[in-house]
Design a protein around this ligand. Structure first.
Ligand code: KIV
Ligand code: NA
Length: 285
């Protein structure tokens, strides 16, 4: 199967086609995304909560994340795979960050790009420098700006960014421009006002992927566990639930539980194997 390349994404973007991205956490969910023909899979560190039960993405150990990346990368499908740099894998030093970035890229040839959360250029020269080092080493980077969950404490929670004052909007816009200058191939915008995301998108030559950023970005990303309602949990306002997998799964399991309890499953004609009558007679005689 032919994998979508960054160049393919750029062509789609230039043609004005909206880009599609969805998270996946393992072999099963990644195969679903491939089969849906979404352009991109994000192995997001949101798997810390959705798959592993941690309270925050900042709790996610790097080794556990790598195990999930490898599982996603064992799929053979068309969607381009982008992988998060988890909290704790790049903050210590440039050298440490570069080394972990290389390690993620080396997990599989399927890993095409890394995604890195950063603050604004005005406040976060360190991550900016790291992204520069990675780009110059031929590692494609999709920076993630706006609401960055790994930095939730310094943002005092999960709230809309670049909405309070003109300086905040200017800082976010400057950050996106600077990242484009570095050679980033795309930019993810999370939880920023529709107008701000649309404005930034209109000023960039690289595609923006939005989540909670309105319809004016070049593409959208959603968390698979949220959009399929895999756990019946509360989701942010910007999520659209396309189905209710938890209900489907739990209803099915309840039915199974009932069937076994009442001995209506398995049915002899449908779910059981036969032994030839002559063999059986030979045995019982
Ligand atoms: O980890 C994740 O799922 C993400 C998306 C919310 C963009 O970073
Ligand atoms: Na993430």
């Amino acid at each position: 199967i032919r994998r979508i390349t960054i160049q393919d994404i750029q062509k789609k973007y230039k043609n004005g086609t909206h880009l599609t991205m969805c998270t996946a956490y393992d072999y099963i969910t990644a195969n679903w995304v491939h089969k849906s023909q979404c352009d991109m899979i994000l192995v997001g560190d949101s798997l810390a909560m959705t798959s592993l039960g941690y309270d925050s993405t900042t709790d996610l150990p790097f080794d556990e994340f790598k195990y999930h990346v490898k599982s996603v990368c064992r799929t053979r499908g068309p969607s381009l795979i982008v992988v998060d740099m988890p909290f704790g894998s790049f903050e210590q030093s440039l050298e440490f960050g570069i080394s972990n970035a290389v390690e993620l890229m080396k997990l599989s040839s399927g890993v095409t790009s890394l995604k890195i959360e950063m603050g604004t250029y005005a406040k976060d020269k360190y991550t900016f420098q790291l992204i520069k080092e990675l780009c110059s080493r031929g590692i494609p980077v999709m920076p993630h700006i706006g609401l960055t969950p790994q930095r939730a404490h310094s943002l005092s929670g999960f709230k809309v960014q670049a909405s309070k004052d003109a300086t905040a909007i200017r800082d976010l816009y400057e950050t996106a421009l600077k990242l484009q200058e570095l050679g980033c191939w795309s930019c993810l915008l999370e939880c920023v006002p529709h107008k701000v995301a649309s404005f930034i998108t209109s000023k960039l030559r690289i595609p923006t992927i939005g989540i909670g950023a309105g319809g004016g970005t070049s593409g959208q990303v959603l968390v698979v566990a949220d959009m399929l309602d895999m756990q019946n949990n509360r989701v942010p306002r910007f999520v659209k639930k396309y189905n209710s997998l938890e209900n489907i799964a739990v209803e099915s399991l309840k039915k199974y539980n009932e069937d076994v309890t009442t001995n209506t499953f398995p049915e002899t004609d449908l779910h059981a194997f036969k032994v030839k009558e002559d063999v059986w007679q030979d045995f019982v005689s």
